[in-house]
Structure formats: C-alpha cells, structure tokens
Design a protein. Sequence first.
Length: 165
Amino acid sequence: MNMEARVASEDQLVRLLQVGVVLEEVFEARAEQHYRDLSERDRETVGNEVVALLTEAREESAEHRRRLEALIDDLDAETIAFDRIQTLVAEQYGETKPDDFDGLLYDQLHSEESAYKFYDDLLEGIENSDAEFGVSRERLLETLEAIREEEAEGVERVTRLMEQE
C-alpha cells in the first residue's frame, strides 16, 4: 500500500488502522475459503500442515483485528465509515481473487506478504512522524511490530511449505 512518508495526524492513523482491520478480514475470509474448498477435496493430498496453516491464518487474522480494534477504541478520533474503508481496500487489494493464483499456497503467500508490507509501511510512517496520538507511541509501535513479525513468520512458513512441494 502506498502511504505517505509519515503519519501526520491521529485521524490518519485511525484510518490506516481501520484499513488494517479490513485487510485482516479479507485475509481471514480468503483462508476460510481455501479451508472450505479443501473439505471438498482430499485433504490428505495437501497434507495436515497446509490444513493447520489455513486454520492458524484465520485465527491469527482474527487476533490481529482485535488488537487493531483495541488501538482504535483507545484513540479519541472520528472513524471513517466501514463501507468507505472497504472500498479503499478493495481498490488496493481486490484486484486479485483466491483463484488468480496457482494454488492456495501462492494465494496465502500473497496475503502474508501484503499484510507484512502494509504493517512495515505503517510502522515507517509512524516512526517518521512527530504527531501526538491518543495512545502511547510505545504501545502503538509494540503492537504493530508484533503483528508485522507474525506476518513475517507466516511468509517464512508458507515459503517452507512451498519448497517441500
């Protein structure tokens, strides 16, 4: 996601955190769709590790949403309508569908890499900013760094699985 070099205001931060919430919803839905599709196929052909990956990806996205929503709740800023955020996310990330990739692992890798890049850019924007926010900068950075690290671990895990195939 292209974002400015710095997060200039609390309103901008809230909007970006809302984008993160919607992204996590998109990624969770995609992992859920792959999981449901697997139930129709022979799960043994993809292996237990892939099934576990999809389950954990859904759970991780739900947890990331909860963390982001907690930050948003603690900020004293006006939020943007959910449907407007969905539109922004659809414009940026809606160009690809799960079926656009050669297999569920490629789609999962795309989701993990996209999430990592989003959080990496967001962290850079906050670090380059001197704006004051309604939550401590330390808590904000710690939360986002932890999420980014989990996304990096997801990228590594999917890559390892792809190399095993």
